[in-house]
Structures are given as C-alpha cells and as structure tokens.
Design a protein around this ligand. Sequence first.
Ligand code: SF4
Ligand code: SF4
Length: 234
Amino acid sequence: MVKIIIDGKEVNAEVGDNILDAAAKNNVYIPSLCYVKGEKCLGTCRTCSVKVNGNIMAACTIPVSEGMNIEVNEPDVTDMRKALVELLFSEGNHNCPSCEKSGRCELQATGYEVDMMVSRFPYRFTPRQVDHSSKYVWLERDRCIFCQRCVDLVRDKETDQKIFSIKGRGTNARIEIDKTLADKMPAEQVRAASDLCPVGCIIDKSQGFDVPIGQRKFEIETIKERALKGSIDE
Ligand code: SF4
Ligand code: SF4
C-alpha cells in the first residue's frame, strides 16, 4: 500500500492501481468514458483528467505512488472535465430521446453527472453515413466518440483480427466495421460489443428497446453509484 492525498485527505491506495481505481476505492468518483476496468488503459477520452502534483493528467493512465497529491474536485479541473463532455456532445449528433442506448449510455449518464445542461461549444452536426450493411450490427457513426474500446477489445474469435477500426483523421475520422468478420460474430459477441460501446453507435440489430425506458441501468442507479461499486459495465 502507499499513501496518497485526494482533495486534501490522506488515504491508502494499492500499489499497481491507477488513480481512477484508487479514487473509486476511496469513494471518490472520477468520470471516464474509454476506460474498462480490468482491461489495458486506452487513454483516449481524457474525461478522467485530474491534477496530479499540480499537473493535469488522465487518471486512468497514471499508477499511484507514495505521497502523490491528487485534486479531483477542484473547480478548474471539474469545469475542464465538464467541457470535455460538452465537446463530445457537440462533435456528434446526439438526440437522446430517439436513441436506443438512452438510459444505458455512458456519455448521457456522464452528462448528467457533470451537470451539463447545454454545450458551450457550437454543435457541428457532423454528417457521417450510417452503416447498416453487416448482418447483425447497425453502426450509428455520428454518435461515436472515438474511445477505441471496440477497436481494441472486439476481435474475431478464430483469427484475433480486429473487427472495428477508425479510418480518416480529424473531422473526417469515422468508425468502420469489417463486414466479413462482423457477419461471423455470434449473437452474444454482438450484444457484448453493443454493451461495450459507451454510446449508441454499435447497435445490436436483434435488440430494440428490450428494457423499457425508465428501467434501464443508469435510470435505476447513477453512473457515479455504479462506478464506485465497479459495476458500470454490468
Ligand atoms: S449515444 Fe448516448 S448521448 Fe448520444 S444520443 Fe444516444 S443516449 Fe444520447
Ligand atoms: S463505436 Fe463505440 S466503442 Fe467504438 S470507438 Fe466509437 S464510441 Fe468507442
């Protein structure tokens, strides 16, 4: 164990834990959208940014060390995390009332958690073509936040090849699916990929509003409550 300071309070943390997990074990919530507990850190969304010894860093990327001084709920850092969430909303097309993922979407739930009302950034209304071409997956590209969870963690069972990839750069970036590999995905893998996507970009074609609105996981327990229990992905 090591001793670290979170928001002025000295607490114990396990060697090997990153700041995000160590904070959660000490009942301090830090939002995150790309990190999946137990998987390698992707560090793509930066939503978990905190101050570490005075410098801004992504909490999922930094292992704890003795004496580390971490500021999570300091006003400037809190507002910066909120701005990052607002940017994600303004960059894609998010119309929650009509989205299958509403109520179980990590971006939507995080928006509530950081008290977002409306984005301070102009909405881009990015035109990105929907891809219905594979048998089981419906890709709503304009909701993708480029977290890379699917790119790194969804692979063909036989060949270990990646099924999803990001093509293009900057404003032209888009998520792509390998149709041949996707059409071999068993039903449980399609469902798992859909659940893994933190937004409503990877939609399981066989699934449609099977859990009614109002009874979905983040409508029963907030993302903060689930994060502190380590059960966001369940
Ligand atoms: S992906 Fe999430 S934030 Fe975007 S429209 Fe769907 S529910 Fe809303
Ligand atoms: S499709 Fe979903 S899981 Fe894949 S990069 Fe986009 S947001 Fe992340």
